[in-house]
Design a protein around this ligand. Structure first.
Ligand SMILES: [Zn+2]
Length: 69
């Protein structure tokens, strides 16, 4: 048994779908940028962030720094 074998990536077919987000809670699937996700800008002490939430169950999927021009 080798850990290297287990960690070998076998996802070459997923590259075309990398822009699709999945909700881990309800399974909702939509395009990361053009989908129906709830995108909310939130100011924080370290700068603005963008929170992406599921429109179905309101689970927050990702919180990323906001790059404003
Ligand atoms: Zn959801």
């Amino acid at each position: 048994m080798s850990k290297a074998d287990l960690q070998r990536p076998a996802r070459e077919r997923t590259t075309r779908r990398k822009a699709v987000l999945f909700c881990p809670t309800c399974g909702h699937e939509s395009h990361a940028r053009r989908g129906d996700w709830l995108v909310e800008h939130r100011p924080t002490d370290e700068g603005d962030v963008v929170a992406v939430s599921c429109p179905t169950c309101e689970t927050t999927l990702t919180v990323e720094p906001a790059f404003c021009g």
